[in-house]
Design a protein around this ligand. Structure first.
Ligand code: BGC
Length: 726
C-alpha cells in the first residue's frame, strides 16, 4: 500500500506527520544536514546521499542527477533539496541569464521587473535540478567598506524590504524554487566592516533597522532563512535563541526552515569560541533554532548521539525536520517537480529580453553638464579604461569566475556586452577605438601616453573606471574607498586634452569619487551590471534610452565619513543640517534617492488627504509632477516621514513609500502614494513597535535631499502599541 506521505491528495501537514512517524533518529538528523559537493569527494558525497542527508549545495550539472538518484533509493526515498547561490540570475552557471548585482538592480526601484528577475532565476536554476536559491540578501548596506555591499539592495530598510518582497515572490511564483532570506540578522553592520565579525548593536536597534526587511520576507512567505556568520554584542547569531526562535518563529510566525551559513556551527567553537567542541556547538545551535546545518561535517553524528542519549530534546529535532519536510512537500519535490520545469528556458529570448529591460533601468546618472546625450554627432569615440572591456569587474561577485569554486579563466557561454562592446554596437556609425590606459589596482601597470594620444585623435572620450573582483565581494572588505591604481592620473590626463570626457563607473559599491566628478563632463554609475550592462550604458550615452535609475545607497566624500546613510539621527553637535566634520562636510557626495534624467521633473501642489489622523487610518499623499523634458520617462517618486518629537531619537527622515511614475513629455500627472499611519511606528525603549501621538512631517520628492522635497505636517491624535512586529 502506498504510504500516506506519498499521497498528493493529503494535506502537507498530514504528509509531514506520516513521514515523521516513520523516520528513525538517524533519518531525522540526516535531513537537518547539508553538505557542499565542493567540500567532499564524489564518493563521500554519495555516502552522504545514501545516509539520506537533506541537502547538498553548489552542485551543478550531472552531480545533481547522480545524487538525486541515490536519494530516491534510500529507505524512505526523501528527495534532496539542492541549494545554490543564484544571486543575480543563476549566476554560477556559465551560460545563464546574467543579471546585474542586487545593488545594481535596486537602483531601478522597479518591483515588477525585480519580481520577474526572481521568476527567471528560479526557472533557470530549476532547469538544472536546483530548487533552493540562497537569495535575496536583506542586509542593510550602511558601512561601505564591507565587501558585500554589492549584494545588498542598498541602505534603506524599507526599500530593502519592498524589493526583497518582490524578488522572493518572484523566486517562488511558479513554485519551482524556495527563496532564502539572508543573512539573518545585522550581518552587514559589523564593527569596522569586518566580514563575519561582531555587530555591536542593541536589540532595539535591530528591531528598528535590521529586522523590518526580514519581517517582509516572512510576509512574502520566504520558505527559508539563512543565519548569518556574525555575533551581535558578543552572542553568535547561530546561538541567538531570542532572535532565531522567539522572534523569527514565534513572533513573526516564520513557517519555513532556517539554514546556518557555511560552517557556522563549527564556527561556534573554532572561530567564536563559545562552545568547547563541535558536539557542544551542535547542541547550542539546534536548541537556538537552527534547523539545517551547512557544512559543519560531524554535526550529524553528534546530534544523533545526543538525541539518543537524551542530551538533546527530540522536540527540537522534530520541529526542524517538520519544517524541512514541509518545504520539500510544498515545492512538490515528492510529486514530480521535474514535470513542471520549463526545459530549454535557460538564457532563452524571453529571459534575455526581460533582463535587458531591467538592466536599462539601473544606471544612475550622477553628473551631466549637457554633454549627454551624445547623439550621433561624434564620429570618433575613444573608449579608455581598465573596466571598459572587463567582464569580471562588470559581473562582480558570485559568478562562475569567483565563487565558490573560482574559475577565473572561464570563457562565458552567455552573450554579453562589456562597455566597449556596447559602445561599438550602439555607436555603429562612429569609429570606436579602445585602449586600456591602466590597471585597476597596480599603478605601475599603465599605458597612459597611448591613451592620451588616442583621446587627442578622438572627438569624445568615454573613460570606464571602477574597482575589480579583488576589491569587491565576500572577504574583500576595504578600508580605503579611493579610486585605485593609476586611474585618477589617467582621467586627469584625458581631461587635460580638452576633449569632452564621459565617465562610466563599473564597481561593486560607492567609492570616493569627488575627483572623478571634478574631472569629467558627465558621470554614469553602473555598479555590477551583468551581461547587458554595456549595452544599456551605451544606449544611455547615445540617448536611445533615458537614464532613470536613482541611488539606493549614499556616496561618501571620504571613507572616514562613514556612515553616511541618509536616515541618520539628528543631534550631532555639528548638526547634519548646519555643521559637519572640521575637515569634511557632513553630507554625502551623492545621497540616497539621487539620480539625474534627460528630463527635468518639477514637483508642485503636495496634498495630504487627512491631517488629523489615528493609527487606524490610511491617508493619501499626492503631488503633481510635470515632465518638462522632451522624452517620455519614468520618475521615481519618494515619500519620506519624520516623527517630530518622540520618546527615543528617530531618523531625520525615513522612506515609507515610493512609486515609479510614467510621465509623457510635457505632461503633468498627479502621483498618489498611500501611507498607513501605523507605518509611522518607532521602536521605544521597551523594544515595542509603537505609534506615538504628535506631529509628523511628510516629505515627497525626487531624492532624499531637503531641497528636492515638498513638506506637509500631520498630527496623530492617539498613541498605539502595534500588535504585529512592524
Ligand atoms: C555566504 C552565503 C552563501 C554561502 C553558501 C557563505 O560564505 O555568506 O551568502 O550563501 O556561503 O555559498
Amino acid at each position: 500500500m502506498t504510504p500516506n506521505y506519498k499521497n498528493p491528495e493529503l494535506s502537507i501537514k498530514e504528509r509531514v506527520e506520516d513521514l515523521l512517524s516513520r523516520m528513525t533518529v538517524e533519518e531525522k538528523v540526516a535531513q537537518m544536514t547539508q553538505v557542499s559537493v565542493n567540500m567532499v569527494s564524489a564518493d563521500e558525497a554519495d555516502v552522504y546521499a545514501e545516509k539520506g542527508i537533506g541537502s547538498f549545495l553548489h552542485s551543478l550539472g550531472d552531480t545533481t542527477r547522480r545524487l538525486k538518484q541515490i536519494a530516491s533509493n534510500t529507505r524512505l526515498g526523501i528527495p534532496l533539496i539542492f541549494g545554490i547561490d543564484a544571486i543575480h540570475g543563476h549566476s554560477l552557471h556559465n551560460g545563464c541569464t546574467m543579471y546585474p548585482s542586487q545593488l545594481g538592480v535596486s537602483c531601478s526601484w522597479d518591483e515588477e521587473k525585480i519580481h520577474e528577475m526572481g521568476k527567471i532565476t528560479a526557472r533557470e536554476a530549476a532547469e538544472e535540478g536546483l530548487h533552493w536559491l540562497f537569495s535575496p540578501v536583506l542586509c542593510v548596506g550602511r558601512d561601505l567598506r564591507w565587501g558585500r555591499i554589492d549584494e545588498t539592495f542598498g541602505e534603506d530598510p524599507y526599500l530593502i524590504g519592498e524589493l526583497g518582497y518582490s524578488i522572493i515572490r518572484g523566486y517562488q511564483s511558479e513554485n519551482l524554487a524556495a527563496a532564502c532570506a539572508k543573512h539573518y540578522l545585522g550581518y552587514g553592520e559589523s564593527v569596522g566592516a569586518r566580514d563575519s565579525y561582531d555587530s555591536q548593536i542593541s536589540d532595539r536597534k535591530i528591531r528598528e533597522c535590521f529586522l523590518p526587511p526580514f519581517k517582509r520576507a516572512v510576509e512574502a512567505e520566504s520558505m527559508t532563512f539563512m543565519v548569518g556568520y556574525e555575533s551581535i554584542d558578543g552572542l553568535p547569531m547561530s546561538a541567538n535563541r531570542k532572535f532565531l526562535r522567539d522572534v523569527l518563529k514565534d513572533e513573526l510566525g516564520f513557517a519555513g526552515f532556517s539554514v546556518t551559513d557555511w560552517c557556522n556551527i563549527e564556527g561556534l567553537h573554532a572561530r567564536q569560541f563559545v562552545a568547547n567542541d563541535l558536539r557542544d556547538a551542535s547542541k547550542i545551535a539546534v536548541e537556538a533554532g537552527n534547523d539545517m546545518s551547512m557544512n559543519s561535517l560531524g554535526f550529524m553524528e553528534h546530534v544523533i548521539d545526543m538525541a539518543k542519549s537524551g542530551e538533546l530534546d527530540m522536540k527540537y529535532i522534530d520541529d526542524s525536520v517538520r519544517r524541512i519536510l514541509a518545504v520539500k512537500f510544498k515545492l512538490g519535490l515528492f510529486d514530480g517537480i521535474e514535470q513542471r520545469i520549463p526545459h530549454g528556458c535557460t538564457a532563452c529570448e524571453e529571459h534575455i529580453t526581460a533582463c535587458k529591460a531591467l538592466t536599462d533601468e539601473c544606471p544612475v546618472l550622477l553628473e551631466n553638464n549637457g554633454i549627454l546625450p551624445l547623439g550621433s554627432k561624434y564620429k570618433k569615440i575613444a573608449v579608455i579604461g581598465p573596466n571598459a572591456d572587463n567582464v569580471k569587474a562588470q559581473y562582480g561577485d558570485w559568478t562562475y569566475f569567483s565563487h565558490p569554486d573560482a574559475n577565473p579563466n572561464a570563457v562565458p557561454k552567455e552573450e554579453l556586452y562589456t562597455m566597449l562592446r556596447g559602445m561599438k554596437t550602439v555607436f555603429s556609425d562612429a569609429e570606436v577605438r579602445y585602449t586600456r590606459g591602466c590597471d585597476v589596482m597596480d599603478p605601475t601597470d599603465q599605458n597612459i601616453k597611448e591613451a592620451v594620444a588616442l583621446a587627442n585623435d578622438s572627438d569624445v572620450v568615454v573613460a570606464v573606471l571602477g574597482d575589480c573582483l579583488d576589491q569587491n565581494g565576500e572577504s574583500k572588505d576595504r578600508c580605503n574607498l579611493e579610486i585605485t591604481g593609476a586611474q585618477l592620473d589617467l582621467l586627469k590626463q584625458l581631461k587635460a586634452t580638452g576633449k569632452p570626457v564621459v565617465v562610466i563607473l563599473v564597481n561593486g559599491k560607492p567609492l570616493c569619487i569627488g575627483e572623478v566628478r571634478d574631472n569629467c563632463d558627465a558621470l554614469l554609475e553602473t555598479f555590477n551590471s551583468g551581461a547587458y550592462g554595456g549595452l544599456s550604458a551605451a544606449k544611455i550615452l547615445r540617448g536611445d534610452c533615458n537614464p532613470e535609475g536613482k541611488l539606493t545607497i549614499s556616496f561618501p566624500r571620504n571613507a572616514g565619513q562613514i556612515p553616511v546613510y541618509y536616515n541618520q539621527y539628528a543631534g550631532w553637535h555639528s548638526n547634519p543640517k548646519t555643521g559637519g566634520y572640521c575637515d569634511c562636510p557632513p553630507d554625502a557626495l551623492y545621497p540616497f534617492g539621487y539620480g539625474l534624467s534627460y528630463n527635468n521633473y518639477t514637483y508642485a501642489n503636495m496634498q495630504v488627504s487627512k491631517t488629523s489622523v489615528t493609527p487606524d487610518d490610511t491617508i493619501e499623499v499626492s503631488v503633481d509632477i510635470t515632465n518638462n523634458g522632451g522624452r517620455d520617462g519614468n520618475e521615481i517618486v519618494q515619500l519620506y516621514v519624520n516623527d517630530k518629537v518622540s520618546s527615543v531619537c528617530t531618523p531625520v527622515k525615513q522612506l515609507r513609500g515610493f512609486q515609479r511614475a510614467f510621465i509623457k513629455a510635457g505632461q503633468t500627472i498627479t502621483v498618489t502614494i498611500p501611507l498607513s499611519v501605523s507605518d509611522l511606528w518607532i521602536v521605544n525603549r521597551e523594544e515595542e513597535y509603537i505609534v506615538e501621538a504628535g506631529e509628523f512631517e511628510l516629505m515627497i520628492g525626487k531624492s532624499s535631499l531637503d531641497r528636492d522635497l515638498l513638506t506637509q505636517t500631520i498630527r496623530c491624535t492617539e498613541t498605539r502599541r502595534l500588535s504585529s512586529s512592524c
